[in-house]
Design a binder for this molecule. Structure first.
Ligand SMILES: Cc1cc2nc3c(=O)[nH]c(=O)nc-3n(C[C@H](O)[C@H](O)[C@H](O)COP(=O)(O)OP(=O)(O)OC[C@H]3O[C@@H](n4cnc5c(N)ncnc54)[C@H](O)[C@@H]3O)c2cc1C
Length: 398
């Protein structure tokens, strides 16, 4: 598709989407909602024009857009009602971009379009009880048996597992290699025999993430993503896209068209009985932080989309956007006074969700380690088990 002006994009989107207005309220990050339908019908509506993942190839549900055109589309999309795409975000923002880099053409043909259209939901089976920050310590094993792999072990904190059709799953295929080298990435259908999902309750009362137990599931070799032993490289691509916020377009609270202030500030003003100088100062600080955070995240996401190999900038973007989310959640909750302590209070769900933002996708401490080592060039952490065969290294060593 040729590059359209903002006016032309608006005209196209007017045909398929509703404009948002000052009263449009959206949930964020799935907090408090189990709705799949709104997201699914939005994606089904936008996939033919390639509007939600414009940088993807046209045949896979995009429009081969350049980074600058993609940014233009993103700006205009904020004027329309885009539902919370939390259930679809791993496919759209992490698995899809990783498949464009590491998937073969048969895999891209099979998986990308259903992701873009909302037909299939993906989850990410990386973390395990002893492999979180130290992700390379993954123990779930996959052993080759002809054209299949026999998979067994446990994953945990698997968001969206109960909705997912597929998981992108990191497995240990060679315990005799050092920990980063003996890993391979697979796509695993969640409906396979031997896959059991047990939801976990979070403190915001969502049960959106789970433990997943795998016992003798047979995974076809054609579902392997990348070469045998190259799983770490694929995992890093997935995580870099997660941190850069790729595909997280949607939901949120951008500015409704015509409003001079962002809608979250208008909401806050409505909640405040009294707008003291200190309160106004907090709002102004948050606004400034929020704006720079959004620009920086946008830059990291554009870089990720256009280069296909996002770098450590995503870690900075993640730290800033987490701070922004927390600041807005806590201020909204505090401003609503005693009612904010109740489950239906303003900012309650977000306040209960906010601490998890510093953990999911890699903790704040890990993002700072990445920035220290890969951006500032500081000395690396001691890594004693780096060259030792995984089977001989101490499990759980951080
Ligand atoms: C809401 C939510 C959703 C999630 N969704 C998914 C998902 O879909 N798929 C998935 O695979 N995982 C998911 N996770 C898991 C997440 O990636 C891990 O929780 C995270 O990487 C931290 O690992 P851990 O919980 O094992 O903590 P640990 O690694 O045990 O860390 C404990 C503490 O030690 C600190 N620490 C550890 N190592 C270092 C170090 N080297 N330097 C400094 N500090 C350190 C950490 O910062 C943390 O404060 C999710 C987590 C949450 C909270």
């Amino acid at each position: 598709m040729s590059e359209l002006s903002e006016e032309q994009i608006r005209a196209e989107l007017d045909l398929i989407l509703e404009r948002r207005n000052a009263d449009t309220r959206l949930t964020t990050m799935g907090a408090g909602s189990d709705d799949l339908n709104e997201g699914r019908s939005y994606l089904a509506n936008t996939v033919n024009g390639g509007w939600h993942v414009p940088t993807w190839p046209e045949e896979h549900g995009g429009q081969d857009a350049s980074a600058s055109h993609n940014a233009r589309i993103g700006r205009v999309l904020r004027e329309f009602v885009v539902p919370d795409l939390y259930p679809f975000a791993i496919g759209l923002g992490m698995v899809g971009p990783a498949l464009l880099t590491h998937g073969n053409s048969a895999q891209q043909r099979e998986w990308l379009k259903p992701i873009a259209s909302g037909e299939s939901i993906w989850c990410q089976m990386f973390s395990e009880p002893e492999a979180g920050s130290d992700l390379a310590n993954v123990a779930l094993s996959a052993q080759q048996d002809g054209e299949e792999w026999i998979v067994g072990g446990q994953k945990t904190w698997t968001s969206r597992a109960m909705w997912a059709d597929w998981a992108i799953c990191l497995a240990r295929t060679d315990p005799g290699q050092p920990k980063h080298k003996g890993l391979t990435m697979f796509a695993l259908p969640m409906s396979l025999d031997g896959v059991e999902i047990r939801p976990l309750m979070q403190m915001n009362r969502d049960a959106h993430f789970s433990e997943v137990f795998v016992d003798g599931a047979r995974v076809l070799d054609r579902w392997r993503i990348g070469d045998i032993g190259e799983g770490w490289r694929v995992a890093m691509t997935v995580l870099a896209h997660e941190r850069a916020g790729g595909g997280s377009r949607g939901g949120g609270d951008g500015n409704a068209r015509g409003l001079k202030l962002p809608s979250w500030i208008v909401d806050l003003q409505g909640l405040a009985n009294e707008q003291s100088g200190a309160w106004r100062n907090q709002v102004a600080n948050l606004y400034a932080h929020d704006a720079t955070s959004r620009w920086t995240s946008q830059r990291a996401a554009d870089e990720a989309r256009s280069s296909g190999s996002p770098g450590p900038a995503g870690s900075g973007a993640k730290l800033r956007s987490v701070k922004s989310y927390k600041g807005r959640s806590y201020l909204t909750n505090m401003t609503s006074g005693a009612h904010g302590m109740l489950e239906d209070g303003h900012g309650y769900i977000e306040t209960m969700t906010a601490p998890s933002m510093s953990i999911r996708g890699g903790t704040d401490e890990i993002q700072r380690n990445i920035l220290g080592e890969r951006v500032l060039g500081l000395p690396g952490e001691p890594r004693l088990d780096r060259d030792v065969p995984w089977s001989e290294s101490r499990r759980g060593l951080i």
